[in-house]
Every structure is written in structure tokens, then in C-alpha cells.
Design a protein around this ligand. Sequence first.
Ligand code: SF4
Length: 376
Amino acid sequence: MTTAAHTSPNAPPEALGSGLAPGADRIRRDLLDWYGKQRRSLPWRDTRDPYCIWVSEVMLQQTQVATVIAFYERWLRRFPDVAALAGAETEDVLRAWEGLGYYSRARNLQRAAREVVSRHGGCLPASVEALLALPGIGRYSAGAIASIAYGADEPAIDGNIVRVLTRLFALPGDPKRAPLSRRLWLLARELLPSGRAGDFNQALMELGATVCTPRSPRCASCPLQGQCAALRADRVLDYPESAPRPTPTLERRAVAWVKKNGRVLAVRAPAGAARWAGMWQFPDIELGAQQAPKTALAKGIERGTGLRVLVGERLLALRHQVTRFRIELEVFDCAVSDGRARALAYDEVRWLREGELGTVPMPAAHRKIARSAAAP
Ligand code: SF4
């Protein structure tokens, strides 16, 4: 194995404009040629509508292309433009997002849509600065929207592009931190072909998604193989360097399936809740390491809803991963013994018929509970 031709992470950024991207012209030409022939036909590539491109970019963060396509098409039928999204009920927005996870993305989309209507006359702004001022739009999304929808010469760096660039130029270091994160943005800007930044950004993303993949890159089919420093050094899988993932935190929760007169008790998490804000779920509590679930659950339900319940048998247990939490849920059959349900620790409580459960937005774990516990 040969030694990688590393570029020093301590080199001054000015060096980027004077040769950090050797072979830039050829990289631009080869990559754009390849993209012209190989690019996948995706619904958001048939439009320059900034709203559609924005929606697709937000959905594609954390979610695979194959999953996003159906959500994207359904979303645009439901909320065809910024005004429709801004004017919708938040509950409908969250319901339409259900299944994509990371619900803050949907809440921020709607908050930003409302700002676009109130401050920008319903048109998504074109400049990176104005885009960055909107809720939920970070540097990547701002660059993607500005370049793809408005043709601005702006870079956009997502995980796919980080992988391609760190391999192409054999760049060591943690790409999430300076100095490498800063170098990558400067490098991406230097590589941009003026007037074709949108295509070029998408070509880099496409290469990362389909050829320069994390574990099995297909270097033999790569249009940039002749210029790739990591390939030359036989160190492709050494890039990008990544910090070790934190071990997931275990969280135990007990959930109450409370039935009365053929209806189930559901609660809506407060708008400011750290998890699942504004979404519907079944009332639950977090359990301490050694805590017995039944007594704790009865107390928790009374605290949160004012209802006294008798906690019966365990109906089901399931595991669910949310961000860095591994959540173990135990669901108990509960019967009301006294009291009237009130929203003491929630924004709202409702007794829902099982058929109505599908009409309210629920996080995936509670949707599973609804399906399993309601099944005959
Ligand atoms: Fe990625 Fe291999 Fe292409 Fe280099 S040659 S950019 S490692 S796919």
C-alpha cells in the first residue's frame, strides 16, 4: 500500500484558490459529462420551482431517495405552493410528514413558509443570506436552493459531497470540524463552473449517492478515477475520517392503552416538547432503571391527565431508535377507575375511536402501538 498524498489540513485557505483543486477543469468537464448521461430521473429534477426544490432538499436530509419520491409527490398534491403550506393546519402538515421522521423538519418548513409569505411576498428568496435567515434552512439547503432553483454560483455540501471531495483530494481530518469543514466549502466553491453550479452540485451529490458510496465505491465506473488521490494511494475507504458514533442512550418507557366506551385515550405533546412536539401519542412515562412500570404508570397518567387508571396486563413491547436514543416501550392495558381526562401535561387530550387514530399525526413508535394494540 502506498502512502496517501495528503494535503496538509493546516495549509492556509488562500491556497485553495491557487491550486488546492488540481485538475479542476477536467473534474468539472468529466463530472458534468457523466451527469448529463447517467443522472437519475427524479421528480424534483424536472422543475426549477424553488418551493419544489426546497421541499425535496429538506426531505432528502436523513431520508433515502427511494422513500422520498412518494412523499414528495403526495406533499405537492396536498401543499402545492408556499401559500398552501403556510395556511395549512400544523397537524395536517405533521400528518403528511408522518413516516419521514425528524419532524422538526416539517415544523420548520411550515414556519419558514409563513415567513416567506409575510416577509417575501410568497416567493422564496434567491440569496443565500436571506435563505439562511429562514427557520430550518442551513448552509447546505441554502446553497442547494440558490444554485439549483436560481442558478447562483453557490456551493452546497452534503454528506455525499463530503465523501467525494475528501476522497478525490485525499483530505484527512474530521469533515464536521474546522479546519477541514472550512476547507471543503472553499474547495467546493473553487470547483464550481460559473453558470452551472446547480448541475455541478447535483452531479457531485449523484456521484456520491450512486458511485462513490460509503462502503463499496465503484471506482472502476467513476468518471473521476483518473484524478482521485485516494484511489491512487489505495486508501479509498480511509476517507472521510469519521468521529466514533456515540453509544445510543437506553430509555425505558411505559405506555398506557386506556380504553373507555370503545375509544382510546390519546394526548398531544406540547408545542415546545423536545420530542414529537405537536404530535399525538398514547400517554406514557419514562421509567428509572429499576422502576416497576405498573405503579409508576398509574401515577404518571394521573399527573398528566387527571385520570385514575387500573393498569392491567402488558399488551406488547417494542424497541425504537430516535436520534441517539434507543427506546424500549412496554404498553399496558389500562381501565379508567375515576376522573375525567384533562390536558395537564399535554396540549390536548382526546378520546379517539380506533378508526380515527389514522387521522392524527403520530410518531412511528406510537403508530406501531396503534396498529398492534388495536388489532383484533
Ligand atoms: Fe470515489 Fe473511487 Fe471515484 Fe475516487 S475513484 S471519487 S473514491 S468512486
